[in-house]
Ligand binder design. Structure first.
Ligand code: FAD
Length: 147
């Protein structure tokens, strides 16, 4: 690493299918792991879960985000992990949470109105990212851990 090296920050978004029911026990265990590791890695983000889906935004230093993403991909609690969006950033959008948790309910009228045919596997990364922002703006978060 040379003296001019600067830390490159990225934002990553993926979608996956839960293996088995998305119980509170499973969610709590994921959040506790995020809380245990993300602050020391300087990683922040949002995890949306519900309807058998997970989608998650991770922000932070490129190498660290990539390492965590590989770890998450290997996690047996979900499958069909598909990378929807990856970009270099100069400013975080989800910097206040080591991992916010947002409950996704497609029956929620606000979600239905904004995303009538919601399917994260066929939506663009930009659409899913917008949905994450909409859910947070609508106060849909049910649990938040601070960095
Ligand atoms: P172990 O396998 O018990 O740990 C082995 C060693 O590696 C220990 O020394 C431990 O401290 C270290 N280690 C483990 N994980 C990390 C890490 N992330 N960074 C640095 N050191 C580590 N996990 C997260 O940490 N953050 C998330 O945001 C996150 N989101 C998830 C979202 C979904 C949908 C799912 C299914 C899982 C997610 N996980 C997340 C969990 C992740 O897949 C691993 O299960 C978890 O990181 C392993 O933690 P552990 O302490 O049980 O690891």
């Amino acid at each position: 690493m040379n003296a001019n090296h600067r830390s490159i920050q990225v934002r990553l978004l993926y979608v996956s299918h839960a293996v088995g029911p998305q119980t509170t026990t499973m969610t709590t265990s994921i959040l506790l792991q995020a809380q245990a590791h993300n602050p020391s890695q300087g990683i922040t983000g949002v995890l949306c879960q519900g309807q058998g889906f997970f989608f998650q935004v991770l922000e932070g230093e490129r190498g660290r985000v990539n390492t965590l993403y590989r770890r998450i991909c290997a996690d047996k609690r979900h499958q069909d992990v598909v990378l929807l969006h990856y970009e270099e950033i100069t400013k975080r959008q989800f910097g206040q949470w080591s991992m916010a948790l947002v409950h996704l309910s497609v029956d929620d009228p606000k979600v239905k109105m904004q995303h009538p045919d919601f399917d994260p596997y066929s939506a663009s990364g930009a659409q899913v990212m917008q949905q994450v922002r909409d859910l947070l703006a609508a106060g849909q978060e049910i649990s938040i851990t601070t960095p």
